[in-house]
Design a protein around this ligand. Structure first.
Ligand code: ADP
Ligand code: MG
Length: 277
């Protein structure tokens, strides 16, 4: 049976907006020595602002119409920024960690990252040091968007506290290396602890590689691209604002994304364990 102390602690956690799926999570929290954070929507607010939307109006319309089909934070930002007419889009296929594939009036398009364009063999006019999304017909870049995201206001302090608690902190991102490193710098995190341009499967592999070194991992994320990593970690923590699949793959959900909840969860688990033993 579940010890009373855990039931009580789960109740306290719920009042703090921390929802815990099973009783073992509290106990597993006490073993955690490594904390891996996804970037977009976990360390950052995930409410991106559009800095620049380039290309002919017709192509911008295509890009925005395709992005309306996705729930990715980048897609939402673009859809909100574009107020023009929307085209009807068919055969939409989301490629987690890369972008989207779709057809409009019988023509096929791809919308996604620099790496996606490289994989398609489409050259990019000039690379930027911001989060970027491109539209291509498979031959050339038709339109592009540059976006900016802010780190959460509490992120730096919380990471510092975790380091003081002797936890190893790692940043894991599908975004470009340069952007991930800029974020790390703002958070006082060393470049060695940054893994960038990683695909969803690679996110899970990185969690596994820490586990193979004997580390006990808490993974925090919000996206479809984090789901595999969240489910394989000792403790998976999803942001309540995140995708359903991230939440379903996790042991814990934070009602709001305030990172202070990680510290609260550690303290609550420690106190609970003292009571059980
Ligand atoms: P993160 O790990 O930072 O949360 P993702 O793995 O979700 O990022 O995405 C990595 C990159 O792939 C993004 O920076 C973006 O360039 C591209 N991308 C992913 N999904 C989409 C989408 N729906 N629309 C446009 N670009 C996308
Ligand atoms: Mg994310």
């Amino acid at each position: 049976a579940t010890p009373t102390a855990i039931i009580v602690a789960s109740g306290i956690a719920a009042r703090l907006g921390i929802f815990i799926r099973d009783a073992q999570t509290m106990e597993r929290m006490n073993e955690i020595d490594t904390i891996i954070f996804d970037k977009t929507g976990t360390l950052t607010q995930g409410k991106l602002s559009v800095e620049n939307f380039s290309g002919k109006e017709e192509n911008r319309k295509i890009l925005a119409s395709i992005e309306r089909k996705s729930n990715h934070p980048i897609a939402r930002a673009i859809a909100e920024n574009y107020t023009g007419e929307i085209l009807s889009v068919e055969n939409v296929e989301e490629i987690a960690g890369s972008g989207l594939k779709a057809t409009i009036s019988g023509k096929q398009y791809f919308v996604g990252s620099e790496n996606m364009m490289k994989t398609l063999g489409v050259s990019i006019p000039k690379e930027t040091n911001t989060t970027s999304v491109y539209l291509t017909n498979g031959e050339e870049i038709l339109s592009s968007v540059r976006l900016h995201d802010e780190i959460k206001p509490e992120a730096k302090t919380i990471l510092q506290e975790l380091v003081q608690m002797k936890k190893e902190v790692v940043l894991l991102s599908g975004d470009k290396r340069i952007v991930a490193e800029q974020t790390a710098e703002l958070l006082n995190l060393s470049k060695e602890n940054v893994y960038a341009e990683v695909l969803p499967d690679e996110k899970a592999e990185i969690v596994l590689s820490f586990q193979n070194q004997g580390k006990k991992v808490l993974m925090a994320g919000d996206g479809v691209n984090d789901a595999a990593a969240l489910s394989i970690a000792e403790v998976g923590v999803a942001m309540g604002s995140g995708s359903d699949i991230a939440i379903e793959s996790s042991d814990v959900t934070f009602l709001d994304g305030n990172l202070k909840k990680i510290i609260q969860l550690f303290y609550l688990s420690k106190r609970t364990l003292t009571k059980i033993r």
